[in-house]
Design a protein around this ligand. Structure first.
Ligand SMILES: *[C@@H]1O[C@H](CO)[C@@H](O)[C@H](O)[C@H]1NC(C)=O
Ligand SMILES: *[C@@H]1O[C@H](CO)[C@@H](O)[C@H](O)[C@H]1NC(C)=O
Ligand SMILES: *[C@@H]1O[C@H](CO)[C@@H](O)[C@H](O)[C@H]1NC(C)=O
Ligand SMILES: *[C@@H]1O[C@H](CO)[C@@H](O)[C@H](O)[C@H]1NC(C)=O
Ligand SMILES: *[C@@H]1O[C@H](CO)[C@@H](O)[C@H](O)[C@H]1NC(C)=O
Ligand SMILES: *[C@@H]1O[C@H](CO)[C@@H](O)[C@H](O)[C@H]1NC(C)=O
Ligand SMILES: *[C@@H]1O[C@H](CO)[C@@H](O)[C@H](O)[C@H]1NC(C)=O
Ligand SMILES: *[C@@H]1O[C@H](CO)[C@@H](O)[C@H](O)[C@H]1NC(C)=O
Length: 342
């Protein structure tokens, strides 16, 4: 601005030198007592306006405002080419204040109101501090990893004052504080650690900036439900198998070594999410026996045996009424069933 001013109005440059020699206290030079005093710092949010106040008395012969060592105003004459800097309508003779509109980060620093009274220089220095709301500028993408991997989550934020960063973990079981700082390291990650990780960046200038990273942990199927079922001949029968896995498991059904297919041999296979059902339209004696549910995904394969056994006549699996046989161990029932054939 100083240089630009010189190009437009060369004569001003001479005046600058004169002014500096005359009464300006350059920024950085320790203030001599009586000459200069530091007013309270002025704190303003980026984008807002700042008013820099300066009180003068009637004996003042010359006044000027400087940004560091660059002259903004001398008297009512504007030197700065920056349209954001304006001299206030100082109706009172004892005031010589300026206003900076749409303050940005570069405006931060010392401003000096310089006064010449009876050839004795004095200056008032104010420190303009610019605050910037916390904002997350870079954060890890959502990730999918296999169980046992090491991962690192990153969340970078800017702001003034320096924002603080905390991480919170959200899962089906609730919210939990994880850690403080830009990075979260997790070694040998488990499936229980999958979920949303929330990065909260704040510096009390405005509401915190919050973003989340979704962490998905792949793991091989674990069969969580495989109950043997008793069903009388002539009824609809259902064998259920449930496997938790990420990604979701694919299912296959076997009777002994024979694979069963949907729609063949009077059975239907219905898969829904983590559950697979082997449905018998009309159970016959030949259907009783030992079935295997196989659950697999990219990480592994597992199986469980499920027995379809004969149940007390007229007992309907779909009804809630307890059957006299329902408390029997399936193994015992199977033995009874085999014995009854001879
Ligand atoms: C004013 O701001 C400066 C620079 O940030 C700092 O060193 C100083 O302690 C502050 N003074 C007051 C009174 O807040
Ligand atoms: C400044 O004050 C003068 C006279 O007091 C008035 O006419 C003018 O409108 C004022 N300007 C602003 C920007 O307030
Ligand atoms: C103050 O000076 C700095 C550094 O030269 C400049 O970037 C900024 O725009 C100036 N601000 C004002 C309001 O003059
Ligand atoms: C975010 O950080 C990553 C890792 O440091 C870097 O590769 C990427 O370029 C950054 N993205 C942006 C938008 O700065
Ligand atoms: C994960 O980190 C641990 C401890 O830092 C290290 O021993 C292990 O080798 C790492 N595993 C992988 C897959 O990088
Ligand atoms: C089930 O099969 C038996 C014998 O094959 C037959 O008598 C009966 O009508 C069938 N029931 C249904 C509901 O299809
Ligand atoms: C069912 O078959 C599996 C192997 O295919 C076997 O381990 C299991 O003991 C059998 N269950 C019964 C009740 O026979
Ligand atoms: C079930 O698992 C056992 C042991 O992992 C394996 O030996 C058997 O072949 C599997 N059965 C089927 C039908 O996949």
């Amino acid at each position: 601005m100083g240089i630009a001013g010189c190009l437009v109005l060369p004569w001003k440059c001479l005046v600058v030198v004169a002014l500096r020699l005359l009464f300006l206290v350059p920024a950085g030079v320790p203030a001599r007592s009586g000459d200069s005093y530091l007013k309270d710092n002025i704190t303003v949010r980026q984008g807002d306006s700042a008013v820099l106040k300066c009180n003068v008395d009637s004996k003042v012969s010359r006044v000027a405002w400087l940004n560091r060592t660059t002259i903004l105003f001398t008297g009512s004459e504007k030197w700065s080419l920056d349209p954001r800097v304006v001299l206030l309508n100082n109706t009172a003779v004892t005031e010589y204040s300026i206003k900076i509109l749409d303050v940005n980060l570069h405006d931060e620093g010392p401003y000096v109101c310089s006064i010449l009274t009876n050839k004795k220089p004095e200056s008032t220095k104010v420190h303009l501090i610019v605050q910037v709301p916390a904002r997350i500028v870079n954060i890890s993408r959502d990730i999918t990893v296999n169980e046992g991997s090491n991962i690192s989550l990153m969340c970078l934020a800017i702001g003034r004052p320096e924002p603080s960063i905390i991480w919170k973990y959200h899962s089906a079981r609730g919210q939990r504080f994880v850690s403080e700082g830009e990075y979260v390291e997790m070694t040998a990650i488990t499936k229980e650690q999958s979920g949303s990780y929330e990065c909260i960046s704040s510096n009390d200038i405005s509401p915190p900036d919050v973003r989340t990273v979704q962490v998905t942990v792949n793991y091989p199927p674990v069969i969580s439900r495989a109950r043997s079922t008793g069903t009388p001949v002539g009824q609809r029968g259902v064998l259920q198998c449930e496997a938790s896995a990420v990604p979701l498991a694919d299912f296959q059904w076997y009777k002994e070594d024979r694979r069963l297919f949907n729609g063949l041999n009077g059975v239907k296979i219905e898969n829904k999410g983590k559950q697979s059902m082997l449905i018998f339209f009309n159970v016959s004696e030949a259907d009783y026996g030992n079935y295997t549910c196989v659950a697999m995904n990219t990480l592994g394969i597992t199986n469980a045996s499920i027995i379809l056994y004969g149940a007390g006549v007229m007992h309907d699996v779909n009804s809630a009424a307890p059957s006299p046989l329902s408390s029997f161990h399936p193994m015992l029932i199977l033995i009874l069933f085999y014995l009854s054939r001879f």
